[in-house]
Write a protein of this length. Structure first.
Length: 456
């Protein structure tokens, strides 16, 4: 896509994590950027501070008449007045995935796919490569704590890193030079007929790797790769035999340390700056992709060690002797189990409270038993109502059905304000906020509550 031909770009759903990265990209390219979103957030405030105009009312009259391109997210309701005007035939309009495809297909792109893990892995790869001799531009699916942004820019580099989203089959718009797949658990069953349909679509994604490119897949995830015969194929694993895996894995000074076995030897002395065994696996994946992209051993070693993580991905917000508070985006039973399990391993014997906001009626319906089982790992569960996002309610599907299946002795179903009162009355030993909806808006008030309580 030739951005130089675009002067005015408008976004429907500009506050989304993927949309805001594109908005920043076009703004940096000199375009006049503006947009609509349903509610103001920290991210929309940052965009406004950067000079991007945003409004939060459905106002078709605020779409500039001279708009060259309207970019929209599939989460936008089709009956929204602005969307109706945008699709009236008077404007050039594209989905976010189409635009990302246009931009990345013109570069040597590393695309990271998977039902979980892709945001951390793609951000970690970006951090390594951005600071390497090769450099990179990156569209991130979360806010990197190293850069406080979801966009990294290096116009001189031929390398681009992007998250490849399986929702709405968006990732089939991409033509990556290197495709990495972290996982393929059942998810988005509102989009896919069943788990096999999802896995078949991941197989289609492996066919999108360009001639002469590279495919890297976590071993044992049940995907049948079908790349071009001229594509190099590699596997990675946490610590089992694969093309890339961790060896000599150990904990020293409260950090994991390991050596990375690569096809031509090993990279010794890797030590992720992030806690949790799942972040060792993420580090193996990112280091493997960086190695295949030409990063040196030392660039990989420094990048893995200095990576600070992604906001809302096992994000430690407060850590004092009497209180640990972690915020995490986990919104699938497998992600909840991984997050809660890591906390249990890192802090054995401590009492864990979790506030969870289910995301989507369809996901709650499809994985109700799994959610209840994962949440039962908590000592105290505070359950919020379902965040609907793009969906209409489904009869009989609510948070109460999850609550009934949770085996924790202390369990509550309430609104945000009551949740705040609960944790104020019974200050937790360890608190987790979990979910992909707007539960992130509780983070600042919780920090403020505990900061006041911790003051002498």
């Amino acid at each position: 896509m030739e951005t130089k031909n675009l002067k005015t770009v408008y976004f429907l759903g500009i506050g989304g994590i993927g949309m805001s990265a594109l908005a920043r990209y076009f703004h940096a390219a000199g375009c006049m950027v503006s947009g609509y979103d349903k509610t103001p957030t920290t991210l929309t405030s940052q965009l406004e501070a950067e000079g991007i105009k945003i409004h939060f009312e459905d106002r078709p009259d605020l779409i500039p008449a001279n708009t060259d391109l309207i970019i929209y997210t599939p989460a936008i309701p089709k009956d929204l007045s602005e969307f109706v005007k945008a699709t009236s035939g008077k404007f050039s309009i594209k989905k976010r995935a189409e635009v990302l495809g246009d931009l990345t297909n013109s570069k040597k792109t590393i695309a990271v796919a998977g039902t979980h893990g892709k945001t951390t892995v793609s951000t970690m790869i970006s951090h390594i490569m951005y600071n390497s001799k090769a450099g990179c531009t990156a569209f991130l699916g979360g806010i990197s704590k190293n850069y406080d942004s979801n966009l990294l820019l290096n116009p001189k580099s031929e390398l681009m890193v992007a998250e490849a989203d399986e929702f709405d089959r968006s990732f089939l718009r991409l033509s990556p030079w290197l495709a990495l797949i972290t996982s393929a658990d059942a998810d988005h069953l509102d989009i896919y007929a069943d788990h096999q349909d999802l896995k078949n679509t991941f197989t289609q994604f492996t066919q999108r790797v360009v001639h002469g490119g590279v495919l890297l897949i976590k071993s044992g995830i049940g995907i049948e790769p079908d790349p071009d015969p001229e594509v190099e194929f590699y596997t990675y694993s946490l610590d089992k035999q694969a093309d890339f895996y961790a060896e000599n894995l150990r904990i020293e000074d409260h950090r994991y340390h390991f050596d990375l076995v690569v096809p031509e030897g090993r990279i010794s002395g890797l030590s992720p700056g992030l806690p949790g065994l799942f972040n060792v696996e993420n580090s193996v994946a990112a280091a493997a992709a960086a190695w295949l992209s030409g990063a040196s051993d030392e660039e990989i070693r420094i990048g893995i060690s200095s990576f600070s993580g992604v906001k809302r991905r096992f994000d430690i917000r407060i850590n004092t002797p009497g209180l640990l508070y972690i915020d995490d985006y986990a919104h699938h039973p497998e992600e909840l189990s991984a997050c809660i399990g890591s906390v249990q391993k890192l802090y054995p014997g401590r009492h864990i409270t979790g506030i969870f906001q289910p995301h989507l009626y369809s996901r709650t319906r499809d994985f109700a038993e799994g959610f209840s089982k994962s949440l039962s790992m908590l000592d105290r569960v505070i359950l919020l109502e379902i965040y609907p996002a793009r969906e209409k309610p489904i009869e009989g599907i609510n948070s109460e059905m999850l609550l009934k299946g949770i085996e924790s002795k202390e369990k509550f179903l309430c609104g945000r304000e009551e949740a705040m009162r609960l944790i104020a009355r019974n200050q937790p030993d360890i608190l987790l906020t979990l979910g992909a909806g707007d539960i992130d808006q509780m983070v600042a008030p919780i920090e403020e509550l505990f900061t006041k309580a911790l003051k002498p």
